[in-house]
Design a protein around this ligand. Structure first.
Ligand code: AMP
Length: 431
């Protein structure tokens, strides 16, 4: 399958080529022709599958064909988070740069006036988070009466975040006659309910079902005492010479503490979560993307939808409480054909969270003990500072090097004891 065969305009084909995309991803191959036909779509795809281009390219083409009748938006994309809104907005701008269409993004946490100015000047595509969009509607700074296409991106996450009422309020402001596209990584009953109400005779396009996406990613669990997690993480980063890893924590406070700890040890890191200002989040993301920061520590919501290309490692510093979140998290690695590694640091009290995750994946995760870091080891004083940034002479560099040495990261010594044990989960003594 080639992009040419999907029926896209030459201008869009050029853009796709300039982006370096050679063949459509499965979601693009399935969704683009159907969206061009004007059908409603229920898309089962998570971030990393190329779903943004799957809706952005045909939508741009359709808006270009129908032409501009007013200065009010003709396409509305709703996203759960500011970051995802910014990324979708950026994609719309990139994919649409050869077409005379204007797009803008509105989300909370930043000044409303520049957004009002842009809306006043006239736009074709509006990408928005629900709360700020409703603020604009309330102030009558946006008019949704001309919307021809509605896209709900990461609808499952929008429902998780409690946006259902906002979504319903927005839908009431739209014309009844329109095309609807709903993308979701999971199909809960709530999503089915929303899809039933919103979509007319939808075409279902589904790729990489959530438990399949994870198969591209090597996954490992390292049992470790809670208080030793950050020491182990620093060791893994240094021993493996990691250049870019996304680390998930369960809490905002935990994200801050971990980023500070890594920074103190000389590993460039920043935390990204809902309490950070938009400016701080954008700066952290951009420094991470440019390679100025090696480690981005994030909570689930902040990380949702982040488009970070070729992320070699994702770390679950804490396991998520909800198994689906594990799959979302590890979906940040192993993208667009590149291989990825998902590493979970699991303390004794998190063991119970592993089973539901493995059930969802449909398989066990490899458990690998690292010498000196087993769970049953007495917790160390949390405040002990370890000069973990020093690499011992001759220590192996490279992506996630194995075997791991027990002492090197913690003492600066050069222990060669590689007596790490491997066991299938379930059969391991410490599971
Ligand atoms: P998305 O799922 O929309 O977040 O896209 C994930 C990543 O895949 C982004 O970095 C896109 O630039 C990239 N991408 C999208 N479509 C293709 C394609 N056909 N070939 C290669 N990369 C792609």
């Amino acid at each position: 399958m080639s992009f040419e065969k999907l029926g896209l305009l030459p201008a869009l084909l050029e853009t796709v080529k300039a982006q370096g995309y050679k063949i459509p991803t499965p979601i693009q191959a399935q969704a683009i022709p159907v969206i061009l036909e004007g059908r409603d779509v229920l898309g089962g795809a998570q971030t990393g599958t190329g779903k943004t281009a799957a809706f952005a390219l045909p939508v741009l083409q359709k808006l270009n064909e129908t032409g501009r009748r007013s200065k009010h938006p003709r396409c509305l994309v709703l996203t759960p988070t500011r970051e995802l809104a910014a990324q979708v907005g950026e994609s719309m701008a990139v994919y649409g740069r050869k077409l005379p269409l204007r797009s803008t993004v509105v989300f909370g946490g930043v000044g409303i006036n520049p957004q009002i100015d842009k809306l006043r000047r006239g736009i074709d595509i509006l990408v928005a988070t629900p709360g700020r969009l409703l603020d604009h509607c309330g102030q009558r700074t946006v008019d949704l009466s001309q919307v021809e296409i509605l896209i709900l991106d990461e609808a499952d996450r929008m429902l998780d975040m409690g946006f259902i009422h906002d979504i319903k309020r927005v839908i009431k402001l739209l014309p009844g006659e329109r095309q609807n596209l709903l993308f979701s990584a999971t199909y809960s009953n709530d999503i089915r309910g929303l899809a039933d109400k919103l979509l007319r005779d939808p075409v279902m396009v589904e790729v990489d079902p959530r438990n399949k996406a994870a198969e591209k990613v090597d996954q490992v669990v390292h049992p470790v005492a809670l208080k030793e997690k950050k020491v182990l993480l620093a060791k893994l980063i240094n021993d493996g010479d990691w250049q870019k890893a996304l680390v998930f924590t369960r809490t905002k406070h935990g994200a801050n503490r971990l980023a500070t700890y890594l920074e103190k040890g000389g590993i460039g890191a920043a935390a990204i979560h809902g309490n950070k200002s938009q400016t701080a989040r954008t700066r952290a993301l951009s420094e991470f993307k440019q390679g100025k920061l090696k480690i981005l520590v994030a909570t689930d919501i902040a990380a949702r939808g982040l488009d970070i290309a070729a992320l070699p490692q994702v770390v679950n510093f804490d396991l998520p409480n909800v198994a689906e979140d594990y799959v979302h998290r590890i979906g940040r690695t192993g993208r667009a054909g590149s291989s990825g590694m998902a590493i979970s640091l699991v303390s004794a009290d998190e063991q119970k969270l592993l089973r539901p995750i493995e059930r969802l994946l449909g398989r066990d995760i490899l458990v690998e003990n690292i010498d000196g870091f087993e769970q049953n080891q007495a917790d160390k004083d949390e405040e002990t500072f370890v000069n973990f940034n020093r690499r011992s002479p001759g220590q192996k560099r490279g992506r996630y090097s194995k075997p791991r040495q027990s002492g090197a990261g913690r003492t600066g010594g050069n222990s060669r004891n590689s007596n790490h044990s491997r066991a299938r989960s379930g059969s391991a003594g410490n599971r």
